[in-house]
Design a protein. Sequence first.
Length: 180
Amino acid sequence: MSVSLQYLLEPARFEALLLELYGPELMPSQRPVLVSQWSKYYFALIWQSLLGGASLTEFAVTELTLDGRGLPLALSEHGEHCAGLAAILEQHLQPLVLRLAALGPVASAVLWGNAGDCLDQALQRAEGNDCGLGHLLSSPDSPLYAAVSLDESGQRRRRTCCLSYKVQWVGHCEHCPLLA
């Protein structure tokens, strides 16, 4: 099913999506964790699409296809596109993070950390050109700056926790800063 991102992230609709996806045993008591988890799927899709040569539309006109469970599956390329890394941050990611943070409620630092971790993972899997996206992780004026680093033992660690440890069946993510 294809839907406007703005429409999907209206409070009642997104709550219904999370309830359907994660069930009444977690929703609404673990809403911040669930919003954080859903954001990881969305961020992974963004970076995969951009690394695959697609362009990203502005938040206000973004449409996406959801799978049968309600997870992001594909982005539409119709509408005003973000031109460059600054536009991706300002015209898509910042409004998205603000909306998700309010829906959580979850700290925006958690969501930026999710975006950065997903980008870092996508770049690890990418072959060749990173389309300049690596700059978002290395530029001090980017909200994704140093989202992931290597600890003393060479293990990748997130700067901020994604909250997944709060749900037992999810547990700590593989880059959890709480396990360092």
